[in-house]
Design a protein around this ligand. Structure first.
Ligand code: PMP
Length: 375
């Protein structure tokens, strides 16, 4: 099998699996239980929280809420924060290529009188800092822009965007860093709020976090107990979060070496695919090498992806989160034609992938392209 769908989810690291099993076996108590066993579990959870903040150099300035993943983190940031601070202003700015968990969470604020401004992106899928600057007003309380786009791998200039947001004292800057964690180093402290999921870097599905500046407060969006500083009700997934802290630590430690090996594979595929008849590259030249997106100009992408799947080669059309949706709104926002936006393929890598897999992919893909009828 060749798995080139790592932006959808990764396999789990062995070390993370061992931690998960051990913590579930040995220290399975509820971290909120008021007995010594519960306190042991609580200590492990707090150590994991501290380790993550320290690894991101945020321990002095930020706090962390464990969530079930980036979808929940984005919902808490984008609904919980504006509902708490709505007296300060009701303008929120985001971009056209954000994940549905950002765009749809913000849509839910419209009936509460919020003004949601959706910025266009460049043909490379990025937010131009000038565009953000022109959209900022004193009414703006929140700006949400992703670090790396999940469909094409476009990288935003978080430092420049943060500077613009922070010129407005009432405005907070949320960064959806789901596709960036362990893959792109940036100054995490530029973000007032940071969302991510553990399963994108070798931890488990159902683990994630929202990191936030210590001074920020939220309305809890799920009613219940007082867990996670009163901002996120529900029993905390201690084993999953301890495993996530481990996977993040390992991923950050290996970020450079992993990037080098992934770049070799990415460049090989990019060069070979770009030369092929009927293939048009979508990922910008300076995209994160973990994602390579291209469109088929003559064939149906869904047919080709299915044929690849029959050969045990797993890739995505559009993204796993919006596979029901035939047109990529990300590619449309980048100005691609409707045909290209309907027929894109995303390859996404991990450090486990090899150049040999890339060679095999090119072979099988070329054969499939010759065999599949034009659309
Ligand atoms: N944001 C981005 C950029 C993503 O790629 C994803 C996952 N595809 C999410 C948010 C949501 O993550 P999860 O499905 O783990 O909640």
């Amino acid at each position: 099998m060749i798995y080139f769908d790592n932006a959808a989810t990764t396999s789990t690291l062995k070390g993370a699996e061992e931690i998960f099993i051990r913590e579930n076996r040995e220290d399975f108590a509820n971290p909120h239980s008021a007995h010594a066993f519960g306190r042991t579990a609580s200590k492990k959870l707090e150590d994991a929280r501290e380790e993550i903040l320290e690894d991101l150099h945020l321990e002095k300035t930020h706090s962390l809420i464990f969530t079930s993943g980036a979808t929940e983190s984005n919902n808490l940031a984008l609904k919980g924060l504006p509902l708490h601070y709505q007296k300060r202003g009701k303008r929120i700015i985001t971009s056209a290529v954000e994940h549905p968990s950002v765009l749809n969470a913000l849509k839910e604020l419209i009936p509460f009188g919020f003004d949601i401004v959706i910025l266009p992106v460049t043909s490379e899928g990025k937010v131009d800092p000038e565009t953000l600057k022109n959209a900022m007003t004193n009414e703006t309380i929140l700006v949400s822009i992703m670090a790396v786009n999940n469909e094409v791998g476009a990288i935003n200039d978080i430092a420049s965007l943060a500077k613009i947001v922070h010129a407005f004292p009432k405005a907070y800057f949320h960064v959806d860093a789901t596709q960036a964690m362990t893959k792109l180093a940036f100054n995490y402290g530029d973000a007032d709020l940071l969302s991510f999921s553990g399963h994108k870097f070798g931890a488990f599905k159902g683990s994630g976090a929202l990191i936030y500046k210590k001074s920020i407060a939220f309305e809890s969006i799920n009613a219940g107990g007082e867990q996670e500083q009163g901002f996120r009700a529900g029993t905390v997934n201690m084993p999953g979060n301890v495993a996530m802290a481990y996977a993040l630590h390992e991923g950050l430690k290996n970020l450079k070496t992993h990037e080098q090996s992934v770049r070799l594979l990415h460049d090989y595929l990019q060069q070979n695919l770009a030369q092929m008849e009927g293939v048009s590259m979508n990922s910008p030249q300076d995209a994160l090498p973990y994602v390579l997106n291209f469109s088929l100009t003559k064939k149906k992408a869904s047919v080709v992806v299915e044929a690849l799947s029959e050969n045990e080669i797993y890739v995505s059309t559009v993204s796993a989160c919006s596979s029901e949706e035939p047109v990529s709104y990300v590619l449309e926002a980048m100005g691609k034609s409707e045909g290209d936006a309907r027929n894109s393929i995303r390859l996404s890598f991990s450090a486990d992938n090899t150049l040999d897999e890339g060679k095999r992919f090119v072979e099988v893909f070329s054969t499939i392209m010759m065999g599949v009828q034009d659309r």
